[in-house]
Design a binder for this molecule. Structure first.
Ligand code: GDP
Length: 207
């Protein structure tokens, strides 16, 4: 429980990116379910935390979801700031979600991402709907090669490849010295994740 989970060597910030409806929240929930602490009500941002041991290291992953803001393309630079990994999701049954990744999302990432070496993972979701597929696996692979990112297809529904999407990304982060350095600096800053809500001045300390 929490005392054991409190120990970790690196803290990484990961982001979920992509059009509304592609399955970002479902993927994240599928990956974090059973073990997640949902801190959103506490500090007012939408992310989930998962503790994992990967590559022999104890890690704390803070995975940010867009809370629906991607619908209005209002993700700000603060959403992207300090992310070591980005999961770019499209729906293999909706071509527009795939083309928007290259036309819109990839440009935004390059504009806002502050970690030079930030690792990206392209994810084609909903492969359980194989008979409705319109984006081939090869197209995904070609885009990933061109853009220089990792690539997997998965189904958040059947949970095929869900863990791998996150784990392959994190293993790549662990191989990147500059991102490791950011991750250990993150441990020192981690107290921001533990802050309890401050008592409201109007309701405490009076009389
Ligand atoms: P978001 O807007 O990107 O966060 O997408 P959601 O996670 O809210 O998912 C949108 C819809 O797609 C929901 O109805 C999900 O149940 C559904 N969905 C998500 N992942 C899958 C999947 O892998 N397969 C299928 N068939 N449906 C999925």
């Amino acid at each position: 429980t929490s005392s054991g989970e409190a120990e970790f060597e690196y803290l990484f910030k990961l982001l979920m990116i992509g059009d509304s409806g592609v399955g970002k929240s479902t993927l994240l929930l599928s990956f974090t379910s059973n073990t997640f602490e949902d801190l959103s009500p506490t500090i007012g941002v939408d992310f989930k935390v998962k503790h994992v041991t990967l590559g022999g290291k104890k890690l704390k992953l803070a995975i940010w979801d867009t809370a629906g803001q991607e619908r209005f393309r209002t993700l700000t630079s603060s959403y992207y700031r300090g992310a070591q990994g980005i999961i770019m999701v499209y729906d293999v049954t909706r071509r527009d979600t795939f083309t928007n990744l290259s036309d819109i999302w990839a440009k935004e990432i390059d504009l806002y991402s502050t970690s030079q070496d930030c690792i990206k993972m392209l994810v084609g979701n909903k492969v359980d709907k194989e008979n409705e597929r319109v984006v081939s696996k090869k197209e995904g692979m070609d885009f990933a090669r061109e853009y220089g990112c990792l690539f997997l297809e998965c189904s958040a529904k059947t949970r095929v490849n869900v863990e791998q999407c996150f784990e392959e990304l994190v293993l790549k982060i662990l191989e990147t010295p500059s991102l490791l350095a950011e991750g250990s600096a993150g441990v020192k800053r981690n107290n921001i994740f533990k802050q309890k809500p401050q008592p409201d001045a109007s309701t405490s300390g009076c009389c």
